[in-house]
Design a protein around this ligand. Sequence first.
Ligand code: PLP
Length: 426
Amino acid sequence: MTEPFSDQHAAALDAADPLSALRAEFHLPRHGDGEQAYFVGNSLGLQPKGARAMVDEVMDKWARDAVEGHFLDPAPWMPYHELVRNGLAEVVGAEPAEVVAMNSLTANLHLMLVSFYRPTRERPAILMEAGAFPSDRHALESQVRFHGFDPGTDLIELEPDEPDGTFSMEAIERAIATHGKRLALVLWPGVQYRTGQAFDLEAITRLGHAAGAVVGFDLAHAAGNLPLQLHAHGPDFAVWCHYKYMNSGPGAVGGCFVHARHARTTRPRFAGWWGHDQASRFRMGPEFAPTPGADGWQLSNPQILSLAPLRASLELFARAGGMGALRARSVRLTGYLEALIRERLADTLQVVTPREPERRGAQLSLRVAGGRERGRALFEHLARHGVLGDWREPDVIRISPAPLYNSHADILRFARAVDAWRGGGA
Ligand SMILES: *Cc1c(COP(=O)(O)O)cnc(C)c1O
């Protein structure tokens, strides 16, 4: 065994893994004459080299065929969102009719809440995590108010019970038991954005349903990061975005899952013409007859330009051999990052993310010892040396090795840069 801090060690780990080749399929940001060590795929995934051709195809067709582009090969726009359906279903573990790419994450969350958060006097409450991503909290709070209920009593925000701001499964179980009879909805993240904690979605679904609540997930940090089994685990709905681990570009179209048991639901929904049954959509009649499945929640004709890069991204997920293979690589990468920190950097970086691989995804959240000023100084030192993580107030640097393009060599570069800084008397 070579020394883990050596170039030979990192190079050997990269050489031993056939998935290392996928890095060449991405544009890596430059730093000086070389590449950046980019660990921010949890915020904006890198551009697949194939994305430009997908976008150009749309631009060319628009120039050449204009309105007839809706019907002409290749990739006519009318059924364009079908091109990503099977790939997406693979990534999130769903049946094809359970997923649709549309809108944005927060818009999809609202659409799902309209149908699946149906508060009554007896059962008005939503259980969520305290410290959730602000957009989720805004959406949930505004929905509680929209229905005339009081977020002060009906938006229940569970505080983390573990010292680093993470949750034990027991705490979630207890909260569901305590509030069970009042719960209309449990809305939980797949991976917590700040701590990087991954949750047992099967258990949360089972407990929420047993209490009589609807269960929905925000998978912004889980889609493309962890293998998911949405159909088998059985939540009622889920939403996510495609610009993080799904590498589909800034403001990429969002994703939505509606479980097959709701395919023909008569629940209320906010409807639009693209959700209308395809066979009769262009009769332009006044009555709304929803397409069965997730497609029935579409509002508008799809954002073709924003869908195009997702096609290129999904090709790479397929080439990787799916989420199982990718996850195995991810566990190795994140394990290597953690090992380097524990071996030499533990006086500087405290790992906030759970230690057990099954309780985390790719990301490690690292609290910098000594507080905010010192943390910012380290963060800026890393950026100067071409190592990009992201900063979360007051003292956390998030480092997320994305298994499609990050390498063991990137991780070693990060660890060396931290080591040099702490040795440098900062
Ligand atoms: C990234 C993220 C969002 C972003 O929402 P958009 O509607 O895509 O802007 C929302 N929620 C969570 C948990 C996120 O991580």
